[in-house]
Design a protein around this ligand. Structure first.
Ligand code: GTP
Ligand code: ZN
Length: 353
């Protein structure tokens, strides 16, 4: 199989598929150190054997202990083992969000446990085996990819992004329905047991990359990245929503109308657009991948707070992000404050006329 994904050792690139990968699972209130512990213990009815396997220090140990009691395997094991395995896999991928996104990201590639010593769960080393573990993983992938949130946004890949502020990890996503690409930049170890400092930053080529003074975006982007680094950890979701969702060329048309006296809302409306065309629903899937469900959100825009609340994210605090006010964007900011309900204070000395 040309593009098949072969896995076996937990520490290899696709090692997270292995039942020996160190991902604990909770089933009926019991925590199992790995799927292997759960699977091997499920072979037995005797509580003392189950306990010995359960408390094995490693998945390899759990496997070995189970072998010692091969004569005491429950009589119906062959008829239930696939259901047991699938239950363990479902828990593993549902309880560890990145794993589920990584599984869906393999799209239609065949998944094969490349194992010389196992011709049932593995491929037998030469492809003659049944690869039942690979089959169950592919069946689970088919289940997940048609479910929320994988339907609305797909994780694709990640890479390091060294910046002048610090080294971030860049996670790439795509919306399957319109192929729009988005990024999440993460910094440090995200402690998701506490509110994570994040920013939802809408793409603004002129502000973010061309040093425009017409808006505050570039200043906000820099301040947000600096703040995340000085905080020690956080995430910036970089959303491809140029022009508040109308695109770069329409933003230039809107700017042209503003050069003639329209404000940023009137310009959009004269072009036939709403004042703000952005949607944020797919952020839920990006935060699901990052396992973030409570945040401190750097924004002046109440719509972003509302959008995350609708997505079920607990916005514990709004962190103001008022940067780069100057003579060229004073009217723009004043309009955002008066017409788009942005929360802007006059503390930075400008009139916000
Ligand atoms: N259509 C249009 N879009 C603009 C204009 N100025 C900035 N933008 C876009 O607005 C988006 C940035 O949104 P802002 O309103 O600056 O701020 P916000 O992101 O809504 O709120 P904050 O989180 O507080 O920054 C980017 O997509 C910019 O390209 C404009 O005059 N017209
Ligand atoms: Zn901008």
């Amino acid at each position: 199989m040309a593009d098949a994904i072969q896995f076996y050792e937990p520490n290899e690139r696709y090692g997270f598929f292995s039942n020996f990968s160190l991902h604990s699972i909770v089933i009926d209130g019991t925590t199992w150190p790995t799927v292997e512990h759960y699977y091997q213990a499920s072979k037995f009815l005797a509580a003392d054997i189950i306990a010995r396997v359960h408390h094995a220090t490693t998945p390899e140990q759990a496997f070995k202990i189970s072998r010692e009691y091969s004569k005491q395997v429950r009589p119906d094991w062959n008829s239930i083992k696939e259901a047991v395995m699938m239950r363990g896999l479902r828990c593993k991928f549902h309880q560890h969000h990145p794993l589920a996104h990584w599984l869906v990201a393999t799209e239609t590639q065949p998944i094969v446990e490349h194992c010389y010593s196992d011709a049932y769960w593995g491929d037998g080393g030469d492809g003659s085996g049944q690869n039942r573990l690979g089959q169950l993983l592919m069946a689970l992938r088919d289940e997940l990819k048609n479910k929320h949130p994988y339907k609305m946004i797909r994780y694709v890949d990640a890479a390091q992004l060294p910046t002048q502020f610090g080294v971030f990890t860049m996670h790439g996503f795509v919306q399957p329905d319109n192929n729009t690409e988005h990024l999440a930049l993460t910094y440090g170890e995200l402690d998701v047991t506490k509110p994570v400092l994040i920013r939802l930053h809408s793409e603004c080529l002129t502000g973010d990359a061309l040093y425009s003074l017409r808006c505050d975006c570039g200043f906000q982007l820099q301040k947000a990245l600096e703040t995340i680094v000085s905080h020690g950890s956080g995430a910036l979701l970089y959303l491809r929503q140029e022009g508040r969702g109308i695109g770069l060329l329409n933003k230039i048309r809107a700017y042209h109308l503003q050069d003639k006296g329209a404000d940023t809302v009137e310009a959009n409306e004269r072009l036939g657009f709403a004042a703000d065309m952005r949607e944020y629903h797919f952020c839920e899937g990006m935060l699901h991948y990052l396992e973030i469900d409570q945040v401190k959100l750097m924004t002046n825009n109440p719509r972003k707070v509302q959008a995350l609340c609708i997505a079920g994210i607990n916005v514990v605090e709004r962190v103001p992000l008022q940067e780069g006010h100057n003579i060229y964007n004073d009217n723009y900011l004043a309009t955002k404050s008066s017409k788009l309900r942005h929360i802007l204070s006059k503390e930075d000395g400008f009139s916000l006329s």
